[in-house]
Design a protein around this ligand. Sequence first.
Ligand SMILES: *Cc1c(COP(=O)(O)O)cnc(C)c1O
Length: 429
Amino acid sequence: MTSQPKGFDTLQIHAGARPDPATGARQTPIYQTTAYVFRDADHAAALFNLQEVGFIYSRLTNPTVAVLQERIATLEGGAGAVCCSSGHAAQIMALFPLMQPGCNIVVSTRLYGGTVTQFSQTIRRFGWSATFVDFDDLAAVEAAIDENTRAIFCESIANPGGYVTDLETIAGIANKVGLPLIVDNTSATPYLCRPIEYGATLVVHSTTKYLTGNGTVTGGCIVDSGAFDWSASDKFPSLSAPEPAYHGLKFHETFGPLAYTFHGIAIGLRDLGMTMNPQAAHYTLMGIETLSLRMQRHVENAVKVAAWLEQDPRVDFVTYAGLPSSPYHDRGLKVCPRGAGALFTFAVKGGYEACVKLVDSVEIFSHVANLGDTRSLIIHSASTTHRQLTEAQQVAAGAAPNVVRLSIGIEDADDLIADLDQALDRATA
Ligand SMILES: *Cc1c(COP(=O)(O)O)cnc(C)c1O
């Protein structure tokens, strides 16, 4: 093999994988096993002391999952990655090494709805809190950071669409105050955006979405850049100081750029147990092999469908950063030059009633609470995922009663347009 750096299309197929040493199997086997036989007592002791890397028990590590971890870390340009059971698990796992009771995170107001609930309600049970800020208001972001802040969190291309975060500028603020920036890169995928290149420390994924790509399994992943100095302050004792949960091991001193990743396995997965199973890792590895091809088509179709909707008299507006009319179009060209993803919202003339009729009238689009599938998906957030919110909260979340969200699949764009055309006729008749 040459030492020339490999391209994305090569890495999405080969990174982390090698023919199975036992059988020569070319495809990564599904290692459907809970435990691994130790060579002898010394080998077992070395593994438990983290002196030797190997497999002990599948709550911690599994060979199929390990291939996926290396593949996603490589595609994101990170030093290491830990996979877990879902995107929401990945967010808790990402914060766990950084936080203690009384600590807070500063987060963008433009987040996936489930993340808003997780951060505004559920993490408070751990004594953590989140301060929500408009990430276009840089002064407000800086003002929200206090001595108990341990991370800054945003999405690259924010679900439900239309918003792109200025990652380089936000990373600059995080760097200035010595905090890690965590970027949820689910909607963009590493094909469209690589947050570490803009200065992010950690990247989280719901692999449930585009990385798997076909709506089969839930999963999550946390990628570490390996570049953050956890010992520069006393804010991250679980990484920089002796960790009582691992007989006083100092993770940063011992593992350097892999400290965060080892912590995620040795303490995060060991004690939280949000483990990805090998079957899910297999489906996600299959999906990633075609990631670039799918993302190209997702973006191409999204641009066509969004442009068609924008000129349609039955539609009030379309929020998609891939359209020249979007206020985030130029930022999108900088942050994700290969395209602004394939998720967007549009407003239907006729409001709530017309939207409900629209989702009942589509034939190719599926009415589901998911995104990032090969299939095109539609949801009316105000009557489903955002139902519990007041109308003002719905509007603030980009889920006003007259707005429908699309996740554009990789079918023929003309068929998708024809389907929306007939459904809009019925919805606005
Ligand atoms: C789906 C999603 C999540 C949550 O992931 P799950 O795998 O459903 O737990 C988090 N962030 C974004 C942007 C998502 O789309």
